[in-house]
Design a protein around this ligand. Structure first.
Ligand code: TXA
Ligand code: MG
Length: 328
């Protein structure tokens, strides 16, 4: 059952409690409705992908109540500070280097060492974020491949029964997703055009590049960003580890590997998704330290979140081309 909550003090308190308990809650921002989860709770973030039926783990935007909160999780340079002062709260997302000490789940950033942060301007979103007291990861609240929702009815049409609650507060004023500005490199780059125009941004921080093309998930910034890939090669669909391999298991373990992690001993795909990036990181480091040459990966069923898990494993296993770099 999806709780339909009024956007008043009681509804906001209930929505914050649901989020704090790991539930998914849709809420209005000034751009589109977001599907929120506690960004520090990997299982809650995994549930976002499951509810949306997303076939891949795109990195998500973490929503916070103010710039101070944003810069506790990501490193701001003077461009970020100026952009934040000029456009937050508002339809701007900044991609910044992630702080090592941030407790945002690796799944929320799809294992990247950058973090997308945004301070939304909608009063209901701001009140909710203040009440939650933790960053809220939120993609647009639509099923994968559908249009972004700008009214509660749009959200409910796709997600009713799949999410814990929705804070209903009418239609979104901007109706177009936030502008995503990448400040991780020397050239400020708009990864996704949106609610704030390039010219307005240039007036505040100087020259801004535009990443090729426009659109939502097609030229998605997550696709342009370097994807996480382990240093060691992966052998997928393995029945058991060989002597020189570390083991990434799913379900019962077939033997003893010197270095092993299990995505989910019980074979639970949500748990497996929540652990995927941490397990790959840990295994990579431990396997290299132990002198192993490869990571053998147990088969993961191709249903539900298994589709996104397999997509990410296949990319991590693919030969490294020039375009795809590791982030370490
Ligand atoms: O207006 C908006 O931005 C809405 C509201 C809910 O805030 N959210 C939204 O989220 O549009 P979503 O998940 O539909 O789109 C976020 C985009 C994705 O294309 C993702 O690849 C990109 O942001 N992104 C997130 N983190 C990133 C990162 N670290 N580096 C590059 N791109 C990133
Ligand atoms: Mg979207």
């Amino acid at each position: 059952m999806t709780e339909r909550l009024a956007a008043d003090a009681a509804g906001i308190a209930r929505a914050a409690a649901l989020l704090g308990a790991g539930g998914l809650v849709a809420f209005a921002t000034e751009t589109v409705y977001g599907l929120g989860a506690d960004a520090t709770n990997a299982a809650a973030v995994a549930a976002i992908y499951e509810a949306k039926g997303r076939p891949r783990f795109n990195p998500l935007i973490s929503h916070v109540p103010d710039a101070d909160a944003a810069f506790r999780h990501a490193l701001a340079d003077s461009r970020a500070e100026r952009a934040a002062a000029a456009f937050w709260p508002g339809p701007l997302t900044l991609v910044l280097p992630r702080r090592d000490e941030s407790d945002i789940a690796a799944l929320a950033t799809a294992g990247l060492d950058s973090l997308a942060v945004r301070v939304p301007g909608h009063p209901v979103a701001r009140a909710l974020l203040a009440a939650v007291g933790r960053p809220v990861a939120a993609p647009s609240a639509n099923l994968s491949g559908r249009l972004s929702p700008t009214r509660p009815a749009h959200v409910l049409a796709g997600l009713e029964g799949r999410i814990a609650g929705i804070l209903e507060s009418g239609s979104c004023a901007v109706g177009l997703e936030s502008t995503i500005l990448d400040l991780t490199g020397p050239h400020a780059t708009i990864l996704r055009p949106g609610g704030i125009a390039r010219e307005a941004m240039e007036a505040v921080i100087g020259p801004v590049d535009l990443a090729g093309g426009s659109g939502d998930d097609v030229k998605a910034p997550g696709m342009l960003a370097s994807h996480y890939a382990p240093v060691l090669s992966l052998r997928l669909g393995a029945a058991a580890p060989e002597a020189d391999e570390a083991w990434l298991g799913f379900g019962p373990v077939p033997g003893a590997a010197a270095v092993a992690r299990n995505l989910s001993p019980a074979g639970d795909l949500v748990e497996a998704a929540a652990r995927l990036f941490d397990a790959l990181h840990e295994l990579d480091d431990a396997a290299i330290a132990a002198g192993l040459v490869r990571i053998a990966v147990a088969p993961v069923p191709a249903r539900g979140l298994g589709i996104a898990i397999n997509d990410r494993l296949a990319r991590a296993a693919a030969p490294r081309g020039g375009a795809q770099s590791t982030f370490r």
